[in-house]
Design a protein around this ligand. Structure first.
Ligand code: NAD
Length: 491
C-alpha cells in the first residue's frame, strides 16, 4: 500500500473517532475547551487533537458513574452479558479500523495491531461469559445456630488508568470484568494513545451500554485528575496498569479513602535457555518474547540467561534473526518492527544501551538510533552483559536483547529471581523434572515453559513482588470488581 493510501485509511477511521471527552454516552468538549495533540510515532506528525480533561471534567465523569451505579448493578447479568457479547462482535467486525487506528497512534505493525484487536476484544467475550457465572455459597453454621450466606456485589464506580503499549487490550481487560460485575467505569487512557479507547467507547454505546456507565477522559494532567477522583469517596476502586513508581505512589494515595486497588506494574522477565533446550524453538520463542510490540511490553523478556555451553550458538542464531528484521512504519507491508512510542522513550533506550556498552558488554547487532522522521531504534543484541549490569535491573522496554551466561541451574534461578519485579518468566528445557522444578522456583506471577508468549484472556494475568497486586483475565479477573458480603440467617 502506498503512503498516500495508508494516510487515506487513517483519515477515514479518524472521522469515526469521537475526539471529545466521552461522558454520559456522548463526546463533549473539556470545560476549559483545552485540547492536546496525538502524534503518529512513525512520522512524528499530528494525527488529531483530543479534548484535555481537567479536574472538573473528571468529577463530571464520576458523577455520571455514581448516578447510574445502582441501576447498572441491578441490570440482569444476562443483559450485561449480552451487551459485552455484542461489543465483542462489533469490535471484531471493525477489526481493520481498530488495527489501523492503533498502528497510527502507537506504531506497532498492522499484523500486531490485528493480533491485539483479537486479544483485546476477547476480554469482552470472555467476561460476557463470566457475567452470568458470579456465584456465592450457603453453609450451615458449625454451631448449628443458623446459616452463613455469602454473596458477591459489585464494588461500585471504578477508575481504570491504562498505559500506551496496548491501547485496546489494557482497557478491555478492565472494562470487560468491571461491566460484567455490575460496576460503572471511568477510563483514563495514556496521553500518547487515547484514540483507540474513545473509539471503543462509541462501540460500547452502539452495543447498548447505557449512557454514563462508561466514561473515557483523556488528559495531560493525570496526577491532578486521577488524584481528585481518588480523593472523592464516591470512587470505590482503582485499577492501574503502568510503571512501578507510579503504581507505588497510587497505592499510597489509595489509603486516603481505603480504595480497592488492582495493580499491573512493571516487569523484568528472565528468559532462561538451559543446555538441554531445543535451540531453534528457544530462538523462535526469544523473538516473540523480546520483539513483540517492539519490546514495549511488561511481559517482554528483559534478561536472556543462557547456559555457557550453548550461549555462542544461541547468540549467533538470535543475532541473525534480529539483524534481518525490517524496520519501518507499522502500516507498511513486510515491516517487522515499528517505531518507539516517542522520542523520550527512544532516547532512554539509547542511553541505557550506551551505558551497557561502556560497562564492557559487546554489541552483536544494532545498538543505534535510526534517524527520523519518526522515533526508531535498531533491533539490538548485546552479549557478555554482566549479571549486575544496569540493563539487567532496569526495564528496557525496547527492541534490545541483553545476554548473560550461566553455568548451573541454581545460578540461573538465583539470577532470575534477583529483581524487585515478579511478572513474567520464561525458560527452555527438554527435561520434564527440570521444567517442574524451575517453574516452581521462579518468583513470577506467570511462567512460560518452552514458549515465548503467555498472554491469554482465559488465564489470570498478574505479577507478584513489585510487579503488582491482583489478576486480570481468567476466572480471577471478575473477582477484582466484586465485594464479598456475609449475611447471617437465623433459620
Ligand atoms: P506510566 O506509569 O508512565 O503511565 C501509565 C498511566 O498512568 C498513564 O495513563 C499515565 O497518564 C498515568 N499516570 C502517570 N503518572 C501518573 C500519576 N502521577 N498519577 C496518576 N496517573 C498517572 O507507564 P507507561 O509508560 O504508560 O507504560 C509503561 C509501563 O507500564 C511499563 O512499566 C510496563 O511494564 C507497564 N505495563 C504493565 C502491564 C502489566 O500488566 N503488568 C501491562 C502493560 C504495561
Amino acid at each position: 500500500m502506498t503512503a498516500l493510501a495508508q494516510r487515506a485509511d487513517v483519515e477515514a477511521v479518524l472521522t469515526r473517532v469521537p475526539t471529545g471527552l466521552w461522558i454520559g454516552g456522548q463526546a463533549r468538549e473539556a470545560r476549559t475547551g483545552a485540547t492536546f495533540a496525538v502524534h503518529d510515532p512513525a512520522i512524528g506528525s499530528v494525527l488529531t487533537r483530543v479534548a484535555d480533561a481537567g479536574v472538573d471534567d473528571g468529577l463530571d465523569a464520576l458523577s455520571a458513574a455514581a448516578q447510574c451505579q445502582r441501576e447498572w448493578a441491578a441490570t440482569p447479568p444476562r443483559q450485561r452479558s449480552e451487551i459485552l457479547r455484542r461489543a465483542w462482535e462489533l469490535v471484531t467486525a471493525q477489526a481493520d479500523d481498530f488495527a489501523t487506528l492503533m498502528t497510527a497512534e502507537m506504531g506497532k505493525t498492522l499484523a500486531e495491531s490485528r493480533g491485539e484487536v483479537a486479544y483485546g476484544a476477547e476480554f469482552l467475550r470472555w467476561f460476557a461469559e463470566e457475567a452470568v457465572r458470579v456465584g456465592g455459597r450457603t453453609t450451615t453454621a458449625p454451631s448449628g445456630n443458623g446459616r452463613i450466606l455469602v454473596s458477591k456485589e459489585p464494588v461500585g464506580p471504578c477508575l481504570a488508568v491504562t498505559p500506551w503499549n496496548f491501547p485496546l487490550a489494557m482497557g478491555t481487560r478492565k472494562i470487560g470484568p468491571a461491566l460484567a460485575a455490575g460496576c460503572t467505569v471511568i477510563v483514563k487512557p495514556a496521553e500518547d494513545t487515547p484514540l483507540t479507547m474513545l473509539l471503543l467507547a462509541s462501540v460500547l454505546r452502539d452495543a447498548g451500554l447505557p449512557d454514563g456507565v462508561l466514561s473515557v477522559i483523556p488528559t495531560m494532567n493525570a496526577p491532578s485528575v486521577v488524584g481528585a477522583l481518588m480523593s472523592d469517596a464516591r470512587l470505590r476502586k482503582l485499577s492501574f496498569t503502568g510503571s512501578t513508581p507510579v503504581g507505588r505512589a497510587l497505592i499510597a494515595q489509595s489509603g486516603e479513602n481505603v480504595l480497592r486497588t488492582s495493580m499491573e506494574l512493571g516487569g523484568n522477565a528472565p528468559f532462561i535457555v538451559f543446555d538441554d533446550a531445543d535451540l531453534d524453538a528457544a530462538v523462535e520463542g526469544a523473538m516473540a518474547a523480546k520483539m513483540r510490540n517492539g519490546g514495549q511490553a511488561c511481559t517482554a523478556a528483559n534478561r536472556f540467561l543462557v547456559h555457557n555451553a550453548v550461549r555462542d550458538a544461541f547468540t549467533a542464531a538470535l543475532t541473525e534473526r534480529v539483524a534481518s528484521m525490517r524496520v519501518g512504519a507499522g502500516a507498511e507491508a513486510d515491516v517487522d518492527l515499528g517505531p518507539i512510542i516517542n522520542a523520550r522513550q527512544r532516547d532512554r533506550i539509547a542511553d541505557l544501551v550506551d551505558r551497557t556498552i561502556s560497562a564492557g558488554a559487546r554489541i552483536r547487532t544494532g545498538g543505534s538510533v535510526i534517524s527520523g522522521p519518526g522515533h526508531f531504534y535498531a533491533p539490538t543484541v548485546i552479549d557478555e552483559v554482566g549479571a549486575d549490569a544496569e540493563i539487567s535491573s532496569a526495564e528496557i522496554f525496547g527492541p534490545v536483547a541483553a545476554i548473560t551466561g550461566f553455568d548451573t541451574e541454581e545460578e540461573a534461578i538465583a539470577a532470575a529471581n534477583n529483581t524487585e519485579f515478579g511478572l513474567a518468566a520464561y525458560f527452555y528445557t527438554r527435561d520434564l523434572d527440570r521444567a517442574a522444578r524451575v517453574a516452581s522456583a521462579l518468583e513470577a506471577g506467570m511462567v512460560g515453559v518452552n514458549r515465548g508468549i503467555i498472554s491469554d484472556p482465559a488465564a489470570p494475568f498478574g505479577g507478584i513482588k513489585q510487579s503488582g497486586l491482583g489478576s486480570e483475565g481468567g476466572a480471577e479477573g471478575i473477582e477484582e470488581y466484586l465485594n464479598t458480603k456475609y449475611t447471617a440467617l437465623t433459620a
